[in-house]
Ligand binder design. Structure first.
Ligand SMILES: Cc1cc2nc3c(=O)[nH]c(=O)nc-3n(C[C@H](O)[C@H](O)[C@H](O)COP(=O)(O)OP(=O)(O)OC[C@H]3O[C@@H](n4cnc5c(N)ncnc54)[C@H](O)[C@@H]3O)c2cc1C
Length: 434
């Protein structure tokens, strides 16, 4: 139980930056937002709480990118395409293995080349606002607490921290507040990749033999970096709330505890993995779902099913509904399998992402991108993956630039949509309907 006793905390802090656009969080959404806003000529400050850009895909060691394409069209055009090219990816495979160190350098280069101002280990801790307008972001870094003044703010924290701090409406989890489990992803070596067997095959036997403290049937697996090294998305951390420090702390402890259980499983039960060694677990706990900031439009399962088109579309995306069950029983896993295999698209199919899903309905100069945009749970489980975050990130960054350029005359609710779409097309966004 957290203490409810409060103390006053009042002090003067330095105003270290005055910029057009402030961005909180430098994961895939934040990087895309910062680069896009900078391309529009905005002065941008990006506060990243961790030691590198990339969020889940780097510090979190998430081992794959989901699809950049719908198998015909390149959906993550623009900043996503630039990242795809710099990683020397080839079209034709849906899941692309991530070498986290390479990806960190790609992001470092993109952000520095774009002239974005930024600091690592710099956490957004509060905002100051006047009514529905946020005026200052309050950050904490090694040098102390400081303020950043901006005209427009983009929340790319994954958790909607900035919007929530400013009092925005949000939803979290299902109607009972249940959230998807997290995963502490990991890095492994000494795998005989060419001669490995299906890693699921022996799970039930290992459960019966007591190898695992919790039998988790949902093991997404590993992606090869080459030379017997692979990144692992294995081992769910249940009952995790990624907006609660106690829960994150317990989750990290749990993730580190179960990694050796998987090491034993792979070594003793699965051919090809006899010499496998755990190299590292992520320095960020993998969080799939927390707040969804309610926007001017809320994307829903119905939009997914009907492959929705929108007049204010800022991009299109295509990835199945992928809600990891927060229970480890066989029925929950069977339901998950049924959902992910039935709620998925054929070649060339995609859904539109409306601009209104990036605009907090409660605030005038705050845009949201990445996994916390305005959706229901079903849609969140699709659009949250990294190429989807590039699409929403670059649109939110471009729109924030337009809000900033209007010198207070326009809010995020009433910028010119055709002009936004033109700017997005100019940088390579996939917008076939406009
Ligand atoms: C275990 C797991 C497996 C996944 N598998 C895949 C997959 O196979 N393929 C795929 O494409 N996607 C996958 N995803 C989804 C994808 O990785 C995330 O949804 C995506 O990274 C979200 O991007 P984001 O930019 O919104 O947030 P994040 O990646 O979470 O980045 C947020 C960034 O903001 C920073 N931050 C947070 N709060 C603050 C603050 N208050 N102040 C300053 N900085 C802050 C964080 O340090 C972080 O760098 C997976 C996710 C998880 C957790």
């Amino acid at each position: 139980m957290k203490s409810v006793k409060e103390i006053p905390f009042v002090r003067e802090i330095p105003l270290r930056y005055e910029v057009d656009v402030f961005i909180a969080g430098g994961g895939p959404a934040g990087v895309a937002a910062a680069v896009a806003a900078s391309k529009q000529g905005s002065k941008v400050f990006l506060a990243e709480g961790h030691s590198c850009f990339g969020g889940m895909g780097t510090a979190g060691l998430v081992p794959w990118f989901c699809q950049f394409t719908d198998d015909i069209n390149f959906l993550a055009g623009g900043v996503g395409q630039e990242i795809f090219n710099r990683l020397n990816f080839k079209l034709g495979r849906n899941l692309l293995a991530i070498n986290a160190e390479k990806l960190k350098r790609v992001y470092d280069d993109l952000i520095t080349e774009a002239g974005v101002l930024f600091n690592f280990h710099t956490q957004l801790i509060d905002v100051q606002r006047d009514g529905k307008r946020v005026l200052y972001a309050i950050c904490n870094s090694k040098s102390g607490i400081f303020a950043v003044k901006a005209q427009a703010f983009v929340d790319c924290t994954g958790d909607g921290d900035l919007a929530a701090m400013a009092g925005a409406d949000f939803e979290k989890g299902d109607k009972d507040g249940t959230l998807m489990p997290g995963t502490l992803c990991s890095l492994w070596c000494n795998i005989d990749w060419e001669n490995r067997y299906d890693h699921h095959a022996m799970l039930e036997k290992a459960f019966a033999d007591g190898v695992f403290s919790i039998p988790d049937r949902h093991v997404p697996g590993m992606a090869s970096w080459g030379h017997g090294v692979a990144g692992g998305n294995i081992g769910h951390v249940y009952d995790l709330d990624g907006t609660d420090d106690d829960s994150i702390t317990k989750g990290l402890l749990r993730g580190r505890k179960i990694a050796p259980e998987f090491e034993r499983y792979y070594k003793e039960y699965v051919k090809g993995y006899e010499n496998i060694t755990l190299v590292a677990t992520g320095s960020l706990l993998g969080v799939r779902e927390t707040r969804r900031i309610m926007g001017d439009y809320v994307m829903t399962l119905d939009d997914f099913k009907k492959r929705a088109d929108f007049d204010d579309e800022i991009g299109r995306y295509s990835y199945p509904v992928d809600i990891h069950p927060n229970k480890n029983d066989p029925e929950a896993y069977a339901r998950f399998r049924e959902e992910i295999t039935s709620l998925c698209y054929k070649r060339g199919e995609s859904y539109g992402i409306p601009y209104r899903a990036l605009v907090s309905r409660s605030l005038d100069n705050v845009l949201v991108a990445g996994r916390c945009i305005s959706t229901d749970r079903y849609m969140q489980s699709s659009v949250r993956v990294m190429p989807g975050c590039y699409i929403t990130g670059q649109a939110a960054g471009t729109a924030a630039s337009m809000v900033a350029d209007s010198n207070g005359k326009k809010t995020a609710h009433d910028i010119n949509i055709s002009s936004l779409q033109r700017k997005l097309k100019d940088i390579g966004a996939y917008l076939p309907n406009c």
